[in-house]
Design a protein around this ligand. Structure first.
Ligand code: FE2
Length: 320
């Protein structure tokens, strides 16, 4: 299911919970008599529960949600106050004070939660922009383009959505795809940029980059899963990869997704040593490696992605 769909489902569940709470509080309030005294005490306790929905709406839906919810409970609450206490102006004044309280506890948290959410989004965007700048510099060094890792991330996100992976995990897989080759910072230029075949010693040096990348980012809390992907991005599903020769599901799911995205981008881009293959040629080669280099489940998901979405990524992040 797409990420947008998951967000909508979660909002609908919250809306249902909120509506049920409003309904239950209203029923308890309306149905508990105000006489005798013991019932009146209960009635007042239930009435105080009206403070709950505005705060919940503010936390879940921000200022707009708090406004709508507080307006709804104000109508329900006032109706009861007028119907149950006709002519009792003191009691009605008391309840008017409570009504004002609902607006305060609804609107203040609603505003604060909106502001907090915006700040968190700003911090997340700043983190992402910093990572992209770092990765663009690395891509430029090796590929003479800034776009390889960004395209790979977008392809990996498409596959993750196709596989129904939740939003939080998809974001982490995206970070892993962006940062997969960060360890190449430790590979000397004469090896990384060498035209032609590497010697055995040079390969040995090159094969250290997954572990070097893991070492660089593993201590950053929000990049823990990305670090695992960097460590395992050259493993193969059949156990023939490096550095640890992991096999099948020993390889983190995110890395198995990344592998298909990375190879597709390598095949479909023009590099110094080959010209770009067509979509059909790329998918044919990927299919041939299903169950060998790649997890067949991931290949299946990749092949189900609408080709137009892939082409849109190629256009947006074209090498220039
Ligand atoms: Fe790599």
């Amino acid at each position: 299911m797409p990420i947008k769909g998951q967000v909508q489902t979660s909002a609908i569940i919250k809306l249902i919970i909120l509506s049920v709470i409003v309904l239950v509080v209203t029923l308890l309030h309306f149905m508990t008599p105000t006489e005798p005294h013991i019932y009146h005490q209960l009635h007042i306790i239930f009435r105080k529960l009206y403070f709950l929905p505005p705060v919940m709406a503010g936390a879940w839906f921000g200022l707009r949600g708090a406004l709508i919810t507080t307006l709804s409970i104000s109508i329900l609450f006032s109706l009861h106050a007028f119907l149950d206490w006709p002519g009792n102006y003191m009691e009605q004044a008391n309840q008017l004070g409570e009504l004002a309280g609902f607006w305060v506890v609804g609107l203040v948290p609603g505003y604060l939660f909106d502001r907090q959410k915006k700040l968190l989004i700003d911090v997340a965007n700043a983190n992402e922009e910093t990572l992209i700048a770092l990765v663009s510099a690395l891509d430029l060094r090796e590929h003479n383009t800034q776009m390889h890792s960004r395209r790979v991330r977008e392809y990996a996100l498409l596959i993750a959505r196709q596989l129904g992976i939740d939003e939080r995990r998809s974001v982490n897989i995206g970070f892993g795809a962006l940062l997969h080759d960060v360890g190449k910072i430790a590979v000397p230029d004469h090896i990384l940029l060498k035209q032609g075949r590497l010697t055995e010693d040079e390969w040995k040096e090159m094969r250290k980059h997954p572990e070097a990348g893991y070492g660089i980012i593993k201590k950053i809390n929000f990049l823990k899963e990305a670090a695992e992907i960097a460590y395992t991005h050259h493993e193969r599903f059949d156990g023939q990869g490096y550095p640890r020769g992991l096999r099948g599901e020993e390889i983190p799911y995110g890395a198995r997704i990344f592998m298909v995205a990375d190879v597709f981008d390598a095949l479909s881009s023009t590099r110094s040593y080959h010209t770009a293959s067509t979509y059909e040629e790329c998918t044919k080669m990927i299919k041939e490696e299903s169950g060998k280099h790649f997890d067949s489940k991931v290949v299946g998901a990749f092949l189900l992605i609408d080709r137009k979405q892939i082409e849109a990524i190629q256009t947006e992040y074209a090498d220039g």
